[in-house]
Design a protein around this ligand. Structure first.
Ligand SMILES: Nc1ncnc2c1ncn2[C@@H]1O[C@H](COP(=O)(O)OP(=O)(O)OP(=O)(O)O)[C@@H](O)[C@H]1O
Length: 640
């Protein structure tokens, strides 16, 4: 049966699963099967309470996971299943000792990362996109430009059918059931046909029917020659038999390594008889938990995973695959492709364009967010404009106009810092899966995030500025309004950068505590010394220069007051009839908005760079782990 290249939603109810149905998927990615072998794998984390200051989470375990096989890593909670999966997937590298071989050769993480996909426990998928749209984005990012758009769409349709998602092809991801979302998470990682797929607890939170569907799917994927490794708590008895290999862990040791059918005879060897009322999987876990001594007995029997109870015939094609894999890598380097291309299948610009269009689409569909932002700017504009109504052309109200400038800056700062602080942490979680699976680089993502937000920001802020400027009777001179708006805009983009930096570094709760603290400090530095004239200490001048809000305040104030003729005084005496006097007393004599704009631009770049680095640090668990490990080592060395 040939698949139609672009059509969607019209597929039949039956789910094809034969190899010949996956012509497109198999054609686009000619990647060799992959066997993974690990020996004497130890993983330690710093722990001051543990002996020697380190706690071993994996204790010299061994094993081999083969292509074309569905492997389950099982065990009680805290056994080390996720830890093992993280290490095999390359998500964790610091603190790991022992050998990990891929097709009999030492694993090179960068090359291996191209061949594997990691589906994490939280099946987070991008909201406000239909299944097909999500899949098309994944295909555009994960399949290189050497594959035509028609072929990409054909692959998308094929994978959707493979996973039985064609009925909800056009359903938005937020409306999917738990099982459908899980299948979508798998489908997204399948579009580039990775030879190795890691899944952390794919059945958690699913009902029995959904677990069954999920297992059938994994079996179907495995039949395509892939190495599928998943962690699982305690599968129902009917599904336990469906695994090709079961690797059971307890307390960081391997206590069983073989096929499901070999578990009962293995336990008999250890003098443990599985009662007919228990399933073997449940029984071994009960056995381990009831008496920790059993862990030692079982791990000795299985030689901590060295002994694989299944037939010990090695996969014949391993050597051949090994060579194929290294040929692919050599081809890539020979053809002058850069290191980034090894990591990412598409160029920076493709990533940027695909991500920008995805973000635009999601933003345009988030109607409530659009309305909230619009009305927030409208009502705030009317409120501030109403408070300072008609003050702008009166010499007796010069101080009020200065307060108006402060309020404009406070509004801009809080509005644009707090939104990313509240929204970005969620984005970071979504980003984690896509970034780790090398859909795109952080630079492309960050540039897209920056660019996509700007049009809406400009429109809303322009509306706000027009309202407050006209209601408060500021001088109707184009150049003054231009700088009033331009400085406010630069200040807003700067605030957004600060918000992104906080949102990338902290979860929502901590971020929403940290952000107001930082803003209070910036605000204090911005208004410090106003009224002191020249009597500001050099140290404080330096501190004030770190507050971009100061530049915003001086810029907005000077856009209104700079080179202004003395104003009309309707009272007996107007102290600040000449606004230059107020500017001098407020510590901003001869200021002009142009210079403040340049300072703001520098701050804007600095905050964006900080935000990018914070995001990079958050995403690069390897870097984070390394820092923690080196810090722990230094502390330990100092103690001894
Ligand atoms: N970074 C870490 N710091 C401290 N302890 C850790 C860290 N990572 C894992 N652990 C500990 O290591 C042990 C194994 O954790 P892991 O998440 O691998 O268990 P698991 O078998 O996957 O459990 P579950 O099925 O409950 O998810 C646990 O005791 C956990 O608390």
């Amino acid at each position: 049966m040939a698949s139609s290249p672009v059509s969607s939603g019209s597929a039949s109810d039956s789910v094809p699963c034969g190899k010949k149905d996956l012509v497109h998927l198999n054609r686009i990615a000619r990647k060799p099967p992959v066997d993974i072998e690990f020996q004497d794998l130890i993983y330690s984390i710093p722990d001051s309470k543990a002996k020697g200051g380190w706690r071993q989470l994996l204790k010299s375990i061994n094993g081999t996971f083969r292509s074309g096989e569905l492997t389950a890593i099982m065990g009680p909670s805290g056994a080390g299943k996720s830890t093992l999966l993280n290490i095999l997937a390359g998500y964790v590298t610091a603190g790991v000792k022992g050998s990990i071989k891929v097709n009999k050769k030492p694993r090179q993480t960068k090359i291996f990362n191209r061949l594997s996909s990691y589906i994490m426990q939280e099946d987070l998928v991008q909201p406000r996109l239909s299944i097909r749209e999500s899949m098309v984005v994944a295909a555009n990012l994960k399949l290189g430009s050497n594959i035509s758009q028609n072929d990409k769409l054909a692959v998308v349709d094929e994978v959707i059918r493979l996973l039985g998602l064609e009925k909800c092809n056009n359903t938005r991801t937020e409306h999917l059931s738990g099982g459908q979302r899980k299948r979508l998470a798998v489908a997204l990682e399948l579009v580039n046909n990775p030879p190795v797929i890691f899944l952390d607890e794919p059945t958690t939170g699913l009902d029995n029917v959904a677990i069954k569907q999920c297992m059938e799917l994994l079996q179907r994927i495995t039949k395509q020659g892939r190495t599928v490794i998943c962690t699982i708590h305690q599968p129902p008895a009917s599904l336990f038999q469906n695994f090709d290999q079961v690797y059971i862990m307890a307390n960081g040791y391997c206590v069983f390594n073989g096929s499901p059918a070999q578990l009962v005879p293995f336990m008999l060897l250890a003098n443990c008889v599985c009662p007919s009322t228990s399933t073997p999987a449940d029984f071994i876990i009960e056995l381990i938990q009831s008496n920790p001594e059993n862990i030692n007995i079982l791990q000795n029997q299985i030689q901590n995973g060295k002994c694989n109870l299944r037939d010990k015939i090695e996969s014949k094609s391993v050597t051949q695959h090994s060579n194929e894999m290294y040929e692919i890598c050599q081809d890539t380097t020979r053809s002058g492709i850069t290191r980034d291309d090894i990591t990412f299948p598409t160029s920076f610009w493709t990533q940027f364009l695909v991500l920008s269009s995805r973000m635009f689409l999601q933003m345009s569909r988030n109607k409530s967010m659009l309305y909230i932002q619009f009305f927030h700017h409208l009502f705030s504009g009317l409120l501030i404009g109403g408070i300072f109504f008609g003050t702008g052309d009166s010499a007796s109200q010069t101080m009020s106009v200065f307060k108006f400038c402060i309020l404009i800056n406070v509004f801009v700062m809080y509005t644009y810092v707090m939104s990313p602080v509240l929204v970005f942490p969620m984005e970071v979680h979504l980003l984690k899966r896509e970034y780790f699976n090398r859909w795109f680089g952080l630079k492309a993502y960050f540039c897209a995030t920056t660019v996509v937000n700007i049009p809406l920001l400009v429109l809303n802020l322009l509306m706000f500025c027009i309202i407050v400027y006209t209601l408060s009777y500021q001088p109707l001179e184009w150049h003054r309004f231009f700088w009033f708006f331009t400085v406010s805009l630069a200040s807003a983009i700067c605030s957004q950068g600060l918000g992104l930096a906080i949102g990338a570094s902290f979860e929502i709760l901590n971020g929403s505590v940290v952000a107001p603290h930082i803003l209070a400090i910036l605000l204090a530095f911005a208004v410090y010394g106003m009224g002191y004239g020249a009597a500001i200490e050099p140290f404080m001048k330096v501190m004030m220069s770190t507050s971009y809000m100061r530049y915003g305040l001086v810029g907005v104030t000077s856009s209104i007051f700079n080179k202004r003729k003395p104003m009309q005084c309707d009272d007996y005496y107007c102290h600040y009839r000449n606004p230059e006097l107020l500017m001098t007393e407020m510590g901003m004599p001869n200021s002009n908005p142009q210079l403040q704009f340049w300072y703001l631009l520098v701050s804007l770049v600095v905050y964006r760079v900080i935000a990018y680095l914070a995001l990079k640090y958050r995403m690069t668990s390897e870097l984070r782990n390394k820092i923690v490990h080196y810090a722990a080592k230094i502390v330990k060395q100092k103690e001894t």
